[in-house]
Design a binder for this molecule. Structure first.
Ligand code: IPE
Ligand code: MG
Length: 224
């Protein structure tokens, strides 16, 4: 979800206005995902690197997150959304961590849409943490080093047990992965849309799905 700052700058508004409008786009996109029967949606809301933004913007973003979780929980639950967080959640203030845990517990039985929100998420840190766990388990004799395969690493990521993404969308015209799901997106179809995130909605989401549907996926196998 990229382009909140540029959206605000184009209107001579503070960046916070762009982030607020971005939260509305989140709502629209969740509705669109449910409408199109998408089973899993992962939103990159805050990266490990975003902590390096000016303190005022970080506190605007955490404040918005706090407000969003509290105000949207009932609606997400009603819509049948199961919310889960991936990322270093311990870096957020304790009250936000508690709200996130409560939201996960409240929505745990929902099945209409699996919604992952990536918060303080960075793919390299996630993979390094998985490697650290594997090394510790091997050291303690609980894991045979020869048994360390792709599944063993996947099982130690935040996304353990979840399907790999089929489609990865980045908005705002930037064409980078920026440390998002690097392992999991090995075979994802990439769609880059030249729309600022606060303007994103159903028509853009539908266009990304249509682009995905038109691709031929081979997963490295020879052409049929
Ligand atoms: C995305 O918009 C929101 C977050 C990263 C939290 P940006 O804040 O990156 O907006 P631009 O890239 O400056 O336009
Ligand atoms: Mg950006």
């Amino acid at each position: 979800m990229d382009g909140n700052g540029r959206w605000a700058a184009a209107r001579h508004l503070p960046r916070l206005a762009g982030h607020r409008e971005g939260a509305r786009a989140v709502r629209r996109t969740i509705e669109a995902a449910i409408h199109h029967h998408v089973g899993w949606l992962t939103l990159y809301a805050f990266s490990s690197e975003n902590w390096r933004r000016p303190a005022g913007e970080v506190s605007d973003l955490t404040g918005l997150l706090r407000h969003y979780v509290r105000s949207e929980l009932a609606e997400l639950a009603r819509a049948g959304v199961r919310l889960r967080v991936i990322g270093e959640r311990a870096r957020f203030p304790a009250d936000i961590q508690a709200d996130l845990a409560a939201a996960e517990a409240t929505t745990a039985a929902n099945t209409a849409l699996n919604l992952n929100v990536a918060l303080s998420y960075g793919s390299r840190a996630e993979i390094a943490a998985a490697a650290r766990r594997i090394a510790a388990e091997a050291r303690d004799g609980r894991l045979d080093p020869d048994a360390v395969d792709e599944a063993a690493l996947s099982a130690r990521l935040f996304t353990a047990g979840m399907p790999d993404p089929d489609l990865l969308i980045r908005t705002s015209g930037e064409q980078r992965l920026s440390n998002f799901l690097l392992w999991q997106a090995a075979y994802a179809e990439l769609v880059f849309q030249d729309v600022l995130w606060p303007d994103y909605g159903e028509s853009h989401f539908a266009a990304a799905l249509a682009s995905f549907a038109a691709r031929e996926r081979r997963f490295g196998a020879r052409p049929g």
